[in-house]
Design a protein around this ligand. Structure first.
Ligand code: URA
Length: 270
């Protein structure tokens, strides 16, 4: 390669990395925007194909092993609901999720990040999605945000052996981007079943994405520290939205509010 071409390649890679495209998922480029070369036996309706393309290109470049496009989002949500419902224990749910191919995030993540802590637990935290460190270790909240969460737990006399921690989405989105609404909807039945099987008395939704997905509430700064009912499927429990530790790291002044919320959680645990 000439020095000019080598520099151009380096510049292009730097551009990709800065844009958040930091994960190679296959050796070959798949052009999902062009019509299929060979007619498929039973092509999806035009509208569904258009939606698929929109979704797929936003999720990640599919890997070579994913020669067949994933199911449509609606089909994936239905499959997720059935699969999640069939799990009779958290271990079974982990296995089922590990074998579930309906969410495109699985293709670019290194591993499944299912949960940490102990179940059943009286207190359960649900965050948004794993980051780089979580993807490496296979455990939720082990990066900088997680270390702050650990300190917050310690401040009220708790640690990971007494709580259960999971995320709405169990695979790291490439470049740590926010999961798309479609990815969230596909993963939702699994985290809902995970909450039901963990059976906490108190659910803490960590950050806006988790609060929106589980409680249907927008506006984390307005609603943090307030109690909302949450139906696990078996019973009604109390849920509280909490500011995300990543936000607290960027906005130290908000730690005062988070401290108040942690005290309210401690009081509710009795
Ligand atoms: N942020 C989250 O929401 N979850 C994690 O597991 C890590 C960071």
């Amino acid at each position: 390669m000439t020095p000019e071409r080598s520099k151009a390649a380096r510049d292009l890679l730097r551009f990709y990395t800065e844009a958040g495209v930091d994960t190679a998922v296959g050796e070959q480029v798949n052009d999902w925007l062009s019509p299929p070369v060979e007619p498929v036996a039973s092509p999806a309706p035009v509208a569904e194909r258009a939606l698929l393309r929109t979704v797929d290109t936003r999720i990640a470049a599919p890997s070579a092993k994913m020669a067949v496009p994933p199911p449509s989002p609606d089909a994936a949500v239905m499959e997720a609901r059935e699969a999640a419902r069939s799990a009779q224990s958290l271990d079974a749910l982990r296995d089922i999720l590990g074998g579930f191919d309906g969410c495109g995030l699985k293709a670019s993540a290194s591993r499944l990040v299912f949960a940490d802590g102990t179940a059943p637990a009286r207190l359960m935290f649900v965050g948004e999605a794993p980051g780089a460190e979580e993807d490496k270790q296979g455990l939720p909240f082990v990066g900088r945000s997680g270390q702050l969460l650990d300190r917050m737990l310690k401040a009220i006399g708790l640690d990971r052996s007494k709580v259960y921690i999971a995320n709405i989405v169990p695979w790291r989105p490439p470049g740590n981007r926010t999961p798309t609404p479609v990815e969230t909807q596909i993963c939702l039945p699994f985290i809902q079943r995970q909450i039901e099987l963990c059976d906490p008395d108190i659910l803490v939704t960590v950050g806006q994405p988790s609060t929106g997905a589980l409680l249907g509430i927008q506006g984390i700064t307005k609603n943090r520290g307030r109690w909302f009912p949450y139906h696990t499927g078996s019973r009604e429990i109390r849920a509280m939205p909490m500011l995300h530790p990543a936000y607290l790291l960027r906005t130290p002044i908000a730690k005062r509010q988070a401290w108040r919320d942690m005290l309210a959680i401690k009081k509710a645990l009795g």
